[in-house]
Design a protein around this ligand. Structure first.
Ligand code: GLC
Length: 799
């Protein structure tokens, strides 16, 4: 215990004793003798917000991270006090605030167990050189505590023992441990004694997190300006913490068009038009499914955004249409740097309207990017965002481009120290003018937001698709993302796996990596293993810098091409399964990928696992991360798991060797699962879905699965035109029952299900569908049935 008499701790200042307290509905105000103000806002029973102001005056309450739709309200709020503490009680939490020094301790209201407690608590240091304070918070690390989250950090899943910085940074060919990289997601989860909580430090200045690195028993976070403003989010389940975090910072405003969950092919760059066509034709010729083709910067005229190089692409509208006729959606890159060029309309307009960022003393923020010297729109100005969104009219509405890729939006500047804007650059920050110190981490997010609004307008009545490289908490509301310029190495394959899991735990599930590696070239084996992992990433795109050779599915010889095709086909079969997981994520914030710890935090064996993860709700996948492997050891979490390839069963709770030669990968299905499958298509919409296949994995006992479908694009689903099927299977020794309950107004085209039942432990005497007997078909010991999609109950009876 450190007493508040220690006013000076390594140059830090601390609050002294509380001399004032007031309650205003859901907000409690405290003031210390030395003028520190603390606001505690009871957002929900399980979510408390803490704000500290060192001058007793709070800043205007504005956040790009928090959505206006964040839930508010609680079932219980009692305030008590004893000699030492003010005590806030909700139905989920008890929070003590020390009268002596404003330190807090939070307990689970159910069993009074300690969840999170301040060590030094809030303290600060004046930041004379830059202005304001360096605001700091330290918490005691609990026994056995592990830490997760924090966005795209390229390290192991568990963050314990490490320190990180958050400052959105262009990081070409980053490596294991590089920090910071492209994203700032100042949100982490702590897990100890089987319970999980989260902290979202909603401060956009450069920030730092230390997870028991400097001191074994301390976890701390601090920022180089702004307020100590954080949300404490209780679970106790990790998935509840993530769900509550995305309730605060938002979830995707709509589910992606189904095609966006298909396979995407990209390279820097495919040009001219004949090259693009050569690639897309090859996909169709070799029957490798693909939905999207990307145009990187070379499609532009001198890298000027919203222009076309007419020599390479003489008639973009025709080309985009022809690609669309062949099932390809065109995605084009748009960067923030606008070339300084008096003959360029975008530049001229922004200049006239005064939309470019300026230095402190009024000069324009000038920096070099692909087009040479550029100016940069201030996307933190709502008027600029509106203007920017309008620029997409031609590209989307007229030319027919279906998706936009925002890159270099950290913002990246070439050949300068820090690789970005200097700190003095001014920003509007939605009417809260500030320097780049505060706006840097949200610049890319605001660009992606403006792009998203443009696409939403001009894609209507279809859904937009946007991808961004830079992000701050909340960017998941608008776009998908990828992990930036990785490298074609085995270690990067493993990093891609960790980063995708971490992003999902950090509330941002629409994520993938540059498959095969952006820099350098993979060999065929690495490429194939990466495709295998990519099948299980929400965003599934091959991308490479192109200067190290080709990286198309057919680059590495026919044997590997066949394997790659087989895996991409699996992705297409699993589309309704992934779409259902996406729908759950967009609705409830449940991560699409679940690290094993998130799947079962009570099992300490999961706390340090990196490789295995759950895809959606029911599939356990584990990539092969080494060359020449014939398989690997992997940990199986609790439960019984069917091997996807041969239906053999593994009982969880231990590490087991799994065979997986290059044509295979460890994939397992949770017993009791019902996995929906579409037929293989070369692109989404190629075929009318004439039948939905349901793979049923017998479980003794009860288990439910969901299948969500809609028109695969458009917004009708928001008006109830969706189809949600809830299947419950009940397995007994002598019978097996599947019940279906359907809701929603969407009527699927197909009339029947093909049901494959795996692992039935008995010989069948009869099968009844809604009390009527039907014929029995068996193949390899599995039962296959075709029954009407409207069935209510399927009853299988043993001999
Ligand atoms: C950046 C991007 C990369 C892109 C390249 C050219 O390096 O991260 O994906 O291909 O710029 O636009």
């Amino acid at each position: 215990m450190i007493l508040n008499t220690e006013l000076e701790y390594k140059g830090n200042l601390f609050p002294t004793k509380i001399v004032f307290y007031k309650k205003d509905v859901d907000t409690l105000y405290f003031k210390s003798e030395n003028g520190v103000a603390l606001q505690v806002i009871v957002q929900r029973d399980s979510v408390l917000r803490f704000r500290f102001a060192t001058t007793a005056i709070f800043e205007k309450d504005f956040s790009y991270g928090i959505t206006k739709y964040a839930s508010k309200g609680y079932n219980r709020l009692d305030i008590d006090e004893d000699d030492d503490n003010y005590i806030i009680t909700t139905s989920k939490l008890i929070c003590h605030i020390s009268k002596l020094d404003m330190r807090t301790a939070i307990f689970d209201a159910k069993d009074n167990s300690l969840i999170c407690e301040d060590e030094l608590g809030f303290h600060w240091e004046e930041f004379y050189e830059e202005g304001g304070d360096i605001v700091k918070m330290s918490k005691t690390s609990q026994e056995g505590e592990s830490y997760y989250g924090l966005g795209d950090k390229p390290v192991d899943v568990n963050l314990k023992g490490k320190r990180f910085e958050n400052w959105v940074t262009d990081s070409y060919a980053y490596g294991r441990g590089s920090d910071p990289i492209y994203k700032t997601i100042p949100f982490y989860l702590g897990v100890h004694h089987k319970k999980a909580y989260g902290i979202f430090f909603d401060n956009t200045f450069r920030s730092f997190f230390d997870f028991s690195k400097e001191k074994r028993n301390v976890t701390s976070f601090w920022a180089e300006g702004g307020e100590m403003n954080y949300y404490f989010i209780y679970g106790p389940e990790m998935s509840e913490v993530v769900s509550n975090y995305t309730d605060l910072t938002g979830r995707p405003q709509h589910i992606p068009p189904l095609w966006a969950l298909g396979f995407h092919q990209c390279k820097w760059s495919y040009y001219p038009e004949s090259k693009v066509k050569e690639v897309t034709s090859k996909f169709r010729e070799l029957k490798i499914p693909c939905d999207a083709i990307y145009l990187d910067i070379d499609y532009m005229e001198g890298f000027r955004c919203f222009t076309w190089n007419k020599e390479y692409f003489p008639d973009p509208k025709r080309m985009v249409k022809e690609l669309a006729d062949d099932g390809f959606k065109t995605v084009a890159i748009i960067d923030p740097g606008i070339k300084i060029d008096n003959d360029y309309s975008v530049y001229k307009e922004a200049l006239e309207k005064d939309y470019f960022c300026k230095r402190a003393d009024g000069a324009f923020m000038k920096g070099k990017v692909w087009p040479g010297e550029c100016y940069f729109p201030d996307y933190t100005n709502p008027e600029v965002r509106e203007w920017w969104s309008e620029l997409f009219r031609e590209l989307i509405e007229d030319i027919g481009v279906k998706g936009v890729w925002n890159d270099m939006n950290e913002p990246a500047v070439m050949d300068v120290p820090g690789k970005t804007f200097p700190k003095d650059v001014r920003h509007d920050y939605d009417g809260n003018p500030c320097s780049h110190r505060k706006a840097h981490n949200v610049y890319g997010m605001q660009m992606a937001r403006a792009t998203y609004h443009g696409l939403k307008k001009f894609s209507y009545p279809k859904r937009p698709f946007v991808i961004t490289r830079a992000a701050y908490s909340g960017t998941q509301r608008y776009t998908s993302t990828w992990t930036g310029d990785n490298v074609a190495t085995w270690d990067h394959l493993s990093l891609a796996n960790n980063q995708a899991q971490r992003m999902c735990m950090s509330g941002f599930s629409f994520v993938g990596s540059d498959i095969g590696g952006f820099a350098e070239q993979p060999n065929g084996e690495l490429f194939t293993r990466w495709i295998q992992l990519g099948v299980f990433h929400p965003f599934f795109r091959v991308h490479s810098s192109g200067d190290h050779g080709d990286q198309e599915p057919w680059t590495f010889g026919t044997t590997l091409t066949d394997i790659v095709r087989k895996f991409i086909e699996i992705r297409y079969q699993l589309l309704p399964y992934l779409y259902t997981a996406f729908w759950r994520y967009a609705g409830e914030g449940i991560p699409i990928l679940k690290s094993l710890v998130l799947f079962d935090q009570e099992d300490p064996n999961t706390h340090y696992r990196n490789d295995e993860f759950i895809f959606g709700e029911k599939i356990l996948a584990c990539p092969i991360l080494e060359p020449n492997a014939k398989g690997r050891r992997m940990y199986f979490p609790k439960g019984r798991w069917y091997n996807f390839w041969d239906n053999s069963i593994i009982v969880g709770g231990e590490e087991i060797w799994v065979d997986a030669d290059i044509d295979s990968m460890p994939i397992f299905v949770k017993e009791g699962a019902i996995i929906p499958k579409y037929p293989i298509q070369q692109y989404v919409g190629e075929k009318e879905i004439e039948q939905l296949e349901l793979d049923v994995y017998y479980k003794k006992g009860k288990e439910s699965s969901e299948v969500y479908e809609d028109a695969q694009d458009g917004y009708d689903y928001k008006k109830g035109r969706y189809s949600l099927r809830n299947f419950t299977q009940v397995g007994k020794n002598k019978s097996f029952i599947i019940q279906q309950y359907k809701s929603g107004k969407f009527i699927t085209n197909y009339e029947t299900f093909k049901i494959n039942i795996h692992g039935l432990p008995f010989k069948i005497k009869s099968i009844q569908v809604d009390n009527e007997e039907i014929e029995i078909k068996m193949s390899n010991g599995d039962v296959t049935l075709e029954i009407t999609k409207g069935f209510r109950e399927l009853h299988i009876i043993s001999e």
